[in-house]
Write a protein that binds this ligand. Structure first.
Ligand code: ZN
Length: 447
């Protein structure tokens, strides 16, 4: 094995790509034929924007970092995760838009942010009476959800929402005891709260062990991926939590005054992917109530900033004469066939993302010409399809497009201003302790 960075010294990456071994491998691998041979993405004009849009958006976005710490053990690391929610008053943004150029200080006043953060043990950081960094990490993941109170008046912890989702987890395949690394052979179904393993050592099992994130934990080295998974879970559980708080307070009748934006696709990847189906079940339950009270669906959008779909949209939006394929205010709803043929090759009969997604992707070119890769949730069983590309299935699709037109930021190409703000808040949690629900309550109670 060469030392890290050694290749850079004597052979550039371009030259590696040209070597006989790499070229031989590529000759054996599948090549996607030129654009004209595949199914082309055919942009469709976006539906006419509805007369009234939601007045508020709540954007949820997290960030994480792994930092070296000094505790006397080599390579000790700690993960720092932060999730921010930003409430944007769209009416106030409208008023500012009328008097462009908007004053940035005034613009900040249209946003109110709340962030919660947590430090998680990484490699070689062992807390209290634990015998390993992994067990310290497991306890910290539980504590984070247990201690995270979003609403001072409700005081229901995020753990309550997580455990409501856990109740939807299929239980037929008991998982390996988290102490298998230490010789335990038990298999168990993880219960709510705190329980113990059935083996004679009776060590603690946390409800969050069902996420199985600890199975990816590295006792030596980096845990960046693990902290990323924790953040992804936290963001998605927070979205469901906010909606459940609304339900408890009897605010679901006001749900159409709000739109929710989530950073990334409407999906959960890796060992906790079972959460995806659980979130979908819970969102459908809540949406049934919302429909009964408002006659329409919740507005929830995931927005991707990077990845294969973002790259693909960039690539197909160029015609041979360099003109854009997608006119402003046009969309393309991705089907299973299209994804498998053009984006992520597969000849499996299993639907793309069947185990991980609780929504489906579409490409949208905003009125201002920005390319957005977004996803819209499966809020009814009929909406749960990647075969039908009729947007009439999604009553809030026109609202989604109109919101994207409105929120695209000029500062960051192809990103939305609430998500940019949420990201900034997550990166620097100045508003620690501020509570988005209180702010929302004040905002929603105003006439
Ligand atoms: Zn055990």
């Amino acid at each position: 094995m060469p030392y890290e960075g050694e290749y850079a010294g004597y052979r550039s990456l371009r030259r590696i790509a040209e070597t006989a071994r790499v070229q031989q491998l590529l000759r054996r691998s599948r090549v996607l034929p030129a654009e004209s041979l595949g199914t082309p993405a055919a942009p469709v004009s976006a539906p006419v924007a509805p007369e009234s849009l939601p007045e508020f958006t709540v954007a949820v976005d997290g960030s994480y970092a792994e930092v070296d710490v000094r505790n006397g053990y080599p390579g000790a690391k700690v993960g720092y995760c932060s999730v921010a929610s930003v409430l944007v008053n769209l009416r106030a943004v409208d008023r500012l838009d009328e008097s462009r150029p908007a004053d940035p200080v005034e613009f900040r006043r249209t946003e109110e942010a709340a962030a919660v953060d947590a430090a998680l043990p990484g490699s070689n950081v062992i807390t209290r009476d634990h015998s390993s960094a992994r067990d310290s990490f497991r306890e910290a993941v539980f504590d984070v959800l247990h201690d995270a109170i979003v609403d001072e008046e409700d005081r229901t912890p995020l753990l309550d929402t997580y455990e409501a989702l856990l109740a939807f987890k299929p239980g037929q395949r008991p998982q390996v005891c988290p102490y298998d690394y230490d010789g335990c052979d038990e298999h168990l179904t993880v219960a709510r709260g705190l329980s113990t393993c059935a083996c004679p050592r009776r060590r603690p099992i946390y409800s969050t062990d069902a996420l199985r994130v600890h199975e990816r934990f590295n006792d030596v080295g980096t845990n960046g991926e693990v902290f990323g998974v924790v953040m992804q879970i936290w963001e998605r559980v927070l979205l469901v939590h906010l909606l459940r708080c609304f339900e408890r307070r009897g605010w679901l009748d006001r749900a159409s005054r709000l739109a929710f934006f989530l950073d990334g696709p409407l999906a959960v990847f890796g060992p906790p992917a079972w959460l995806s189906a659980a979130i979908q079940t819970e969102l459908q339950r809540l949406n049934t109530k919302v429909r009964a009270q408002t006659g329409t669906d919740l507005v929830i959008l995931g927005v991707e900033k990077s990845g294969g779909f973002v790259t693909h949209f960039d690539e197909i939006d160029q015609m041979e004469d360099n003109s854009p394929r997608f006119p402003p205010r046009s969309y393309f709803m991705l089907t299973d066939h299209y994804i498998k043929e053009r984006v992520i090759f597969s000849d499996s009969p299993k639907r793309y993302g069947a185990d991980t997604y609780f929504g489906r992707k579409f490409f949208y070119k905003t009125a201002s010409g920005a390319r957005i890769v977004a996803s819209i949730p499966f809020l009814t069983p009929e909406q749960d399809t990647l075969d039908i590309d009729d947007v009439a299935l999604y009553p809030q699709f026109s609202t989604a497009c109109a919101l994207l037109d409105k929120l695209v930021t000029s500062r960051y190409p192809n990103a939305l201003s609430p998500l940019v703000s949420a990201h900034a808040q997550a990166a620097i949690p100045l508003h620690l302790g501020a509570k988005v629900l209180q702010q929302l309550a004040r905002a929603l109670m105003r006439p």
